[in-house]
Design a protein around this ligand. Structure first.
Ligand SMILES: Nc1ncnc2c1ncn2[C@@H]1O[C@H](COP(=O)(O)OP(=O)(O)O)[C@@H](O)[C@H]1O
Ligand SMILES: [Mg+2]
Length: 305
């Protein structure tokens, strides 16, 4: 298994081979041939080998663009956003010399105590043990689970994306990026945007729409909220900023604070809050949104009544 260096860490570029006496390419007497200044642990192009091997993987059936090959190489193309809690990078994972390319948004949570999240901490109440591998590992404090304690937010987001993606897949209503892999605090997911230019899709808050598009986006939003309700969760921080619109398709992002609405005594309120946080944007643009009826339906779908 390869090392899992994170981008920008000193170990990534700083890692150097050990000079081996048996290595015929190593010229002794202190003279190092130019070729030896390159690190054979690094691929000839790109920044690092794909870290797929050894990562926790997203749900199956996997989209066919997910690159699982050992020979795939990751190239960091730039920063999408830097924030208080996490930085988001754009990475191309590709097999050199082929058109087997995937574009990934890499969300790296900052070290430190993420429990001081700016978000409402209400989600912590009565968090259930998930059947999913990652949640179990986190709760059991296995070796993997220990890594997850610092990476708890990435693990929570990874688990949420996987579950919602799967439910969306089954019902034909995929409304989240596909979670490709998780290693520690680094979550790699489907890049929502133009894979050719590397331009991220706009957030809902930034799009200008006509009335038909507005109605269509609201329909997609209510469908997405239904997917969440059927998964018995609330987003917990839903807003026109945590919603992207790519080619007319609505995609929810930023889910580390997902709320288990069955275990959480205020689960129903979290659902209502999600609805109100986005309905206001649609209403202010002239769309009629029957929020109370929607909240009631979502509570029903979540099994709250
Ligand atoms: N899957 C993705 N594809 C494209 N851009 C993304 C993706 N995930 C996040 N981003 C970009 O990064 C920004 C921050 O991501 P987000 O998950 O909302 O983190 P936070 O708000 O905690 O910083 C988003 O507004 C978006 O511009
Ligand atoms: Mg956000």
């Amino acid at each position: 298994m390869r090392e899992h260096d994170s981008y920008g860490s000193t170990t990534m570029r700083g890692k150097r081979r050990k000079f081996d006496d048996d290595d015929p390419t190593f010229v002794k007497r202190g003279r190092i041939e130019p070729a030896l200044q390159e690190d054979p642990d690094l691929p000839e192009e790109g920044d690092r080998w794909s870290t797929w091997d050894g990562a926790l993987h997203g749900p199956e059936p996997r989209p066919d663009w997910v690159r699982t090959e050992y020979g795939a190489v990751d190239t960091e193309l730039g920063m999408l956003k830097t924030g208080k809690e996490a930085d988001v990078f754009l990475v191309r994972r590709a097999i050199p010399g082929t058109d087997k390319i995937s574009m990934l948004a890499v969300k790296r949570y900052r070290d430190g105590d993420h429990r001081m999240f700016h978000r409402d901490a209400g989600y912590l109440e009565g968090r259930r043990v998930r059947r999913s591998r990652e949640m179990r590992a986190m709760n059991n404090r296995t070796a993997f689970g220990k890594e997850m304690i610092s990476g708890q937010w990435s693990a929570a987001e990874f688990g949420a994306l996987g579950r919602l993606w799967q439910i969306g897949q089954e019902s034909g209503l995929v409304c989240v990026p596909y979670p490709v892999q998780l290693i520690g605090t680094e979550l790699m997911m489907e890049f929502i945007g133009d894979w050719e230019t590397g331009e991220a899709a706009p957030r809902l808050a930034q799009v200008r729409v006509d009335q038909d598009q507005l109605a269509d986006l609201w329909r997609q939003m209510t469908d997405a909220l239904s997917v969440l309700a059927r998964a018995q969760v609330a987003h917990g921080d839903l807003s026109p900023y945590n919603t992207m619109v790519h080619d007319g398709r609505l995609v929810m992002i930023d889910l580390p604070q997902i709320v288990d609405v069955i275990a959480n005594p205020r689960g129903g309120e979290f659902i209502a809050r999600d609805v109100r946080n986005v309905a206001g944007w649609f209403r202010s643009r002239g769309l009629e949104t029957d929020e109370d009826a929607l909240i009631e339906r979502l509570h029903f779908e979540a099994g709250l009544r």
